[in-house]
Design a protein around this ligand. Sequence first.
Ligand code: CAA
Length: 379
Amino acid sequence: MNFEFTEEQLMIRDAARDFAQRELLPGVIERDDKATYPTEQVKRLGELGFLGMLVGLEYDGGGMDTISYVLAMEEISKVDSSVSVIMSVNNSLVCWGVEKYGTEAQKQKYLKPMARGEKIGAFLLSEPEAGSDATSQRTTAVDMGDHYLVNGTKNWITNGKSASTYIVMAQTHSELKHKGINVLIVDAKSEGISVGPHENKMGMRASDTCSVMFNNVKVPKENRLGEEGFGFKLAMKSLEGGRIGIASQALGIASGAYELALKYAQERKAFGKEIIQHQAIAFKLADMAVEIEAARFFCLKAAWLKDQGKPYGHASAMAKLYAAETAMKVTTEAVQIHGGYGYVKEYHVERLMRDAKLTQIYEGTSEIQKIVISRGLIA
Ligand code: CAA
């Protein structure tokens, strides 16, 4: 085993850290408060190559490995998870599927602009009545010969309004249940698509989350991604990688809150000494450090397996579960260490705590990760 990062991985981590500290930190409180979409920041993310960092060089991506992706996601999420979720969805849930299963024409038309960060994508799986129970898709894609006719509603769509390209899961043969589901690449400007209002969320308030409605939307047959009926498996495979992104996001939220708490505990005095000198606070920080390190190893292991071409679904579910639970615990303790200051916006930790909650919910709740993990235990 080798626990050392390469020079290139460290350079990517440092570039992400620099970008987060210089360009995301100023204004992050206001963007969260007003739920303002980070237009300029996402443009910069694209220019720096982070939006398509996992895509191969031949398709205008960064050709970087998944270890580098974990490092970059951690640094960006320490500061602004509304930005890092856009990076995660674009890389893992959208670009990955098109690169892996797309035709050459689909890659030229849709993948390249997203890999360059000129356009972004969204992954439309969840529905009003199909969240955790993802096989229960009600959105239909009726086969009309040369095109599909799509009808239905998708919910909680990250990048729903800002995306140019939608990856849409829809039912073509309901009698075949999940084997009748197809994935379609849909131009977000297609006639018949309407987008609901921005959801007024508890955390990750600056990311764009909304419903997307399809009313007799015509999608050319050549826009189906993968074989007929392969849609559900393609979605599940995409989520295996997506969960590495969200696990790394949760890791970043935890380590960002921990760094703030560690600094504060060495500055703030109570009962005649810095509060870190009180065992009650020092032990909290010790627990936080241990759990963050464990979460980091889970993320890196899942990333390493993916880079080695080995199965990584089980490891990514473990990473997502552990890192999300760690993010919630660590951010709650960071607020506690800050006392009253932790409860106001200027000190950042209350935002990190609100953001952490979502990592236990999206891309498969913690309970769904336990389903995936426990099924993987059965020989
Ligand atoms: N890879 C390939 N195939 C897979 C798979 C995987 N990882 N997981 C399941 N499958 C296959 C199964 O083998 C099965 O196929 P066969 O019938 O041919 O054997 C088929 O898919 C159905 O699988 P299950 O029988 O296991 O289905 P299930 O109904 O029991 O549910 C589940 C499985 C794991 C619970 C799944 O529904 C799930 O992951 N739910 C959570 C959905 C989710 O994560 N949503 C996130 C939305 S996206 C998002 O949040 C993005 C964002 O905004 C940030």
